[in-house]
Design a protein around this ligand. Structure first.
Ligand SMILES: *[C@@H]1O[C@H](CO)[C@@H](O)[C@H](O)[C@H]1NC(C)=O
Ligand SMILES: *[C@@H]1O[C@H](CO)[C@@H](O)[C@H](O)[C@H]1NC(C)=O
Ligand SMILES: *[C@@H]1O[C@H](CO)[C@@H](O)[C@H](O)[C@H]1NC(C)=O
Ligand SMILES: *[C@@H]1O[C@H](CO)[C@@H](O)[C@H](O)[C@H]1NC(C)=O
Ligand SMILES: *[C@@H]1O[C@H](CO)[C@@H](O)[C@H](O)[C@H]1NC(C)=O
Ligand SMILES: *[C@@H]1O[C@H](CO)[C@@H](O)[C@H](O)[C@H]1NC(C)=O
Ligand SMILES: *[C@@H]1O[C@H](CO)[C@@H](O)[C@H](O)[C@H]1NC(C)=O
Ligand SMILES: *[C@@H]1O[C@H](CO)[C@@H](O)[C@H](O)[C@H]1NC(C)=O
Ligand SMILES: *[C@@H]1O[C@H](CO)[C@@H](O)[C@H](O)[C@H]1NC(C)=O
Ligand SMILES: *[C@@H]1O[C@H](CO)[C@@H](O)[C@H](O)[C@H]1NC(C)=O
Ligand SMILES: *[C@@H]1O[C@H](CO)[C@@H](O)[C@H](O)[C@H]1NC(C)=O
Ligand SMILES: *[C@@H]1O[C@H](CO)[C@@H](O)[C@H](O)[C@H]1NC(C)=O
Length: 577
């Protein structure tokens, strides 16, 4: 969670007295309570398979957990009253498949004017360690940073209805160190010590603090992790979690169940903003071990999680067994330009989340630990059971496919496989282009198979947004897997977001783009490949996840089932947020 100097200055000016009563019932009259915000999700820039807020401004994912019924809860940093950051609340949406999201009423509100509910996390307190849940095993406890002009404190709110409405803990804050730069608590359960563990950022000291607690409200400082890796200007949004390992990263679908084994490895994931190597916001991670109080990285290296410029503040769901691939969602934007991208003026919202990703660690080329990330199962969205287009003979040839009628959502994915790559003297290139047949705009990518296989993305042929920080070219390098002599690429495009996954997920990038015309045509081509190299590709159309939720006038209303009851409860003051 980071705001520009201007926003912080506004905060300071506007801030009245520090709230004395953390459970007070202040509600900004312009913010809807007890009911989801209805919205039109059909805009030309509006992602159709990614989460984006009904209107207003969204940044970091918060509070992510999966409940015992398999419902994923996503909360998010939310300004419901403007398309720039400020007035932070926790927005809320739920999903069973991580693509179809039901908008829920705002979950956590500031308790007083001048307060903001900043980023944080949630857990399910199955054993009632907090004492908040006398008679249930599905109680949800949320941790957030309460931001005021004077201080950032770590506060708690709990939910007895499975995460829809929250009550702030009467003895908040649970951690206060008289700092204005102390935020983004993320909590996990550590079974070996039967303790809860929180990681939280001392943002401008480049330190992640580790705290432990038996009951979620009394926290003891246990250790610090300071000045590792890239620093930028701040550390934010830490995550600590146990990570399974892949036994073989070379196979197709390496994150499939039989290839994933539990391990003692953890990762500490830290977001940096501003000051990323490409400018603005980025995520880095440290593989290592954790003993209940201390994290020990395997080495001194900083590993960047995504080589694009639009993947920040990633959070991992609470509640996924440590033996399974861990699921993450990041904010698909960058603080350098997020508050001026054209979705605000044109469609009344700013920012979308990244694809949900499956993650696990692998020991890869040169003995390095790498976080392998691939999209969470997209197949429920496939517009037909077979691919829209495919070719198994793409060597030194090309495929052109117009998907305007077969994938009217504008959301498409393709996989490409290059096999029988020789071990020496490798030549050739393989490229893809998504273009608009109307405006001629395009977003492109590709790689050079020789040497260290440089891969590039270029969003510079898209005309809808100009900004000095909206860098247009990104690249990375990788090595052809010499065991399999294969290179794999998966690409997902969704109106204004492009995500690429190379080499079975060893490298990935998230890239936003804002075209004047809808992209509708895909070209995949290869050239100058060595004799014997084989190339195949398959293209799938993806159905809009939002269209089925719209009513007859095209509005996505969200979960209105309980709206009247919730409003009544708010009016009676029993839901004191
Ligand atoms: C805090 O606010 C709540 C709800 O308005 C009220 O019931 C309670 O008495 C207040 N507590 C204090 C200490 O002022
Ligand atoms: C949960 O904790 C509360 C407060 O300590 C206690 O009254 C209640 O009996 C506990 N319930 C269970 C099921 O442990
Ligand atoms: C606890 O839950 C059970 C089963 O739902 C219910 O019968 C009982 O009345 C509840 N007790 C209290 C004290 O809420
Ligand atoms: C909190 O920090 C501010 C700024 O450093 C300082 O002026 C103030 O005295 C501190 N308050 C307490 C209670 O320590
Ligand atoms: C709940 O209690 C069980 C039994 O003591 C224990 O094994 C488990 O780790 C606890 N889990 C949580 C999240 O408290
Ligand atoms: C939480 O645990 C701490 C340490 O055991 C204890 O001092 C405190 O009273 C507990 N808090 C609650 C609300 O039970
Ligand atoms: C955890 O690791 C730290 C640092 O290596 C060490 O000081 C501490 O004793 C360890 N704790 C346990 C329970 O092993
Ligand atoms: C991964 O590689 C490192 C460095 O070569 C090695 O120390 C470690 O044991 C390996 N771990 C696994 C699980 O293969
Ligand atoms: C690679 O190219 C060099 C120079 O043309 C040649 O000498 C060598 O035999 C080639 N190696 C293989 C494995 O084809
Ligand atoms: C791919 O793009 C690169 C960079 O523009 C170019 O050098 C190469 O010839 C292209 N290859 C194909 C197959 O279009
Ligand atoms: C469309 O439906 C929404 C939600 O049901 C409602 O708020 C809105 O007023 C409707 N708009 C029109 C033009 O009927
Ligand atoms: C709607 O919200 C209520 C809680 O207010 C919840 O019980 C229900 O499951 C939600 N329905 C959907 C479809 O999200």
């Amino acid at each position: 969670m980071f705001f520009s100097a201007t926003f912080l200055a506004l905060c300071l000016l506007a801030a009245p007295v520090r709230a004395q009563n953390a459970t007070s019932a202040y509600v900004d009259p312009s913010v809807p309570t007890g009911t989801p915000i209805p919205a039109d999700y059909t805009g030309a820039l509006r992602p159709q398979i990614h989460y984006s807020p009904p209107r207003g401004f969204m940044n970091d994912p918060n509070g992510m957990f999966v409940d015992a019924e398999g419902v994923y809860h996503l909360y998010y940093q939310y300004n419901p009253t403007d398309t720039v950051a400020g007035n932070q609340h926790w927005g809320h949406a739920t999903s069973r498949n991580l693509y179809t999201w039901e908008n829920q009423p705002i979950a956590i509100y500031p308790g007083a004017e001048g307060e903001a509910i900043f980023s944080g996390s949630s857990v399910i307190d199955v054993n009632n360690t907090s004492g908040f849940f006398p008679n249930q095993t599905n109680g949800v406890v949320a941790f957030y940073t309460l931001n005021t002009a004077e201080e950032q404190t770590q506060d708690v709110a709990y939910s007895t209805d499975g995460g829809y409405t929250f009550t702030k803990y009467v003895n908040n804050p649970v951690i206060s160190i008289n700092s204005t730069q102390f935020r983004d608590p993320k909590v996990i359960w550590y079974p070996l010590t039967q303790q809860w563990v929180m990681v939280v950022a001392y943002a401008q000291e480049f330190t992640i603090g580790f705290f432990t607690s038996p009951n979620l409200t009394t926290w003891t400082h246990a250790s610090n992790f300071s000045r590792h890796g890239l620093l930028g200007l701040q550390y934010e949004c830490p995550n600590l979690l146990q990570m399974p390992m892949l036994s073989n990263v070379s196979i197709e679908n390496p994150l499939g169940e039989s290839n994933v084994a539990s391990s003692d490895m953890f990762i500490l994931y830290i977001s940096i903003n501003p000051g990323a190597p490409l400018g603005g916001s980025i995520g880095e991670y440290f593989p290592g071990t954790f003993n209940g109080t201390h994290f020990s990285p395997v080495d001194q290296a900083a590993r960047i999680a995504d080589f694009g410029k639009d993947n920040y503040a990633a959070q991992f769901f609470y509640g996924i067994p440590a033996t399974s691939p861990q699921i993450s969602i990041a904010w698909a934007s960058n603080w350098q330009y997020t508050q001026v991208v054209p979705t605000g003026q044109l469609e009344g919202f700013r920012s979308a989340m990244s694809l949900p990703r499956y993650n696990a660690l692998a020991n890869t080329t040169r003995g390095d630990y790498t976080l392998v990330s691939l999209p969470y199962d997209l197949s429920p969205l496939y517009s037909s059971t077979s691919s829209l287009a495919n070719s198994s003979a793409l060597a030194n040839s090309s495929l052109l496919y117009d998907y305007s009628s077969t994938a009217p959502s504008g959301a498409v994915t393709f996989n490409m496989s290059i096999t029988s790559i020789p071990l020496a003297n490798v030549t050739g290139t393989a490229n893809f282009t998504f273009m608009s047949s109307v405006t001629g705009e395009s977003i492109r990518g590709g790689f050079f198979l020789g040497g260290d296989t440089p891969f590039w993305i270029d969003r510079g042929y898209i005309r809808g947004f100009e900004n000095p920080f909206f860098t247009d070219k990104f690249s990375t390098n990788s090595l052809i897997d010499t065991d399999t002599q294969t290179f794999r690429l998966q690409v997902v495009i969704d109106r204004s977001i492009l995500e690429v996954f190379l080499e079975n997920g060893l490298r990935s990038a998230t890239t936003t783009f804002f075209a004047e015309g809808m992209l509708d045509t895909l070209v995949i081509s290869t050239r100058e490949l060595n004799p014997g190299v084989q190339v195949s590709a398959e293209v799938f159309g993806l159905n809009s996840a939002w269209t089925p939720l719209a009513n007859s006038n095209g509005t996505v209303a969200g979960n209105v089932t309980m709206a009247s009851q919730r409003v009544r409860r708010n009016m009676l003051g029993h839901v004191n947020l």
